[in-house]
Ligand binder design. Sequence first.
Ligand code: ADP
Ligand code: TRP
Length: 339
Amino acid sequence: MRILSGVQPSGKLHLGNYFGAIRQFVELQHKGEALYFIANLHALNSVRDGRLAYELTLETAAAFLALGLDANKAILFRQSDILELGELYWILGTLVPMSHLERAHSYKDKKARGLSADLGLFAYPVLMAADILIYNSDWVPVGKDQIQHLEFCRDWATKFNVTYVPGYDAANPNGENGSPPGIFKLPEAFVREETSVLLGTDGQKMSKSYGNTLELFGEEKEIKKKMMSIKTDSSPIEAPKPTQNSALFELLKAMAPPSEWPEIEASWRAGGLGYGAYKKKLVDYFHLCFDEPRKRFGELMGDKAELERILVEGAQKARACAAPIIQKMRAAVGISRGG
Ligand code: ADP
Ligand code: TRP
């Protein structure tokens, strides 16, 4: 099974990114051949400062490694190092109905907010489909917000196969009934239903766009300050505390060691401990979970040449995975001579 996913290096990584995405990626590296990339081309839609874009790309790669990704097991690479991607992006684009892109959330949401969108954002799902199809990916772990993009990807792969593979039967995409298989495999979204959305310091979804994040690799003092300022209600110390929509409760649940969680949950529901005490516990748990990764992150960021080496080596492996598919695709559309 080939597992593929990407993360945009579009800001400082926060606890929501870890518990909602990176942690699963790290776990999945043991379940198949995993390819993970830093989606730095996608991020250019929002990061328009070259230095920062480069720095965030390396930081995101360092974060993956510091948080447990083994570069000898999974393939970690930078999207822009796969030059063939541009070719596939264009070719898919020749088959993508405009009406699909007009329906895409990424574009529609921006338009709904009255902001003008660029071609890059409009065509974002096409590049994402190219990212997936170029490696014959089987499983694509994504958050729920990305499901629509996966559906488009399957549609466009089918359209390509129907157009360019004589005898291809869309009802039997893998050629089960003697019809030829497609050039592009139809990927499946691997949706992380079980992960709850982590709330930020203000009680809304933790997101860099809301300025309410707890950064994984931020300054220690700053993190502590932010944790102590997490919004809570006015329940007195002795009262049971509400669990619904409580950022603090969810964060404790995510970070407390399993052996301590039942006791915390019981005291939360019974009352007797104030929010300040829970916040202090949260700071301790953060250290417990992330002191090691934070140290490794610092070391990795201190040796950027080594990070570059890992990414370049990863790109070589990823390009080798892509090569047979690209070759077939080029021949099928007639930009190279067929077999
Ligand atoms: P942000 O909202 O900060 O811009 P991204 O959209 O770049 O974050 O998200 C990157 C990944 O992290 C996605 O897979 C997303 O599902 C996950 N993620 C982001 N915020 C949260 C959150 N608050 N809780 C759980 N998962 C999250
Ligand atoms: N669009 C994804 C996000 O914003 C990142 C991404 C780009 C991706 N290409 C991908 C994810 C391919 C999975 C597969 O989170």
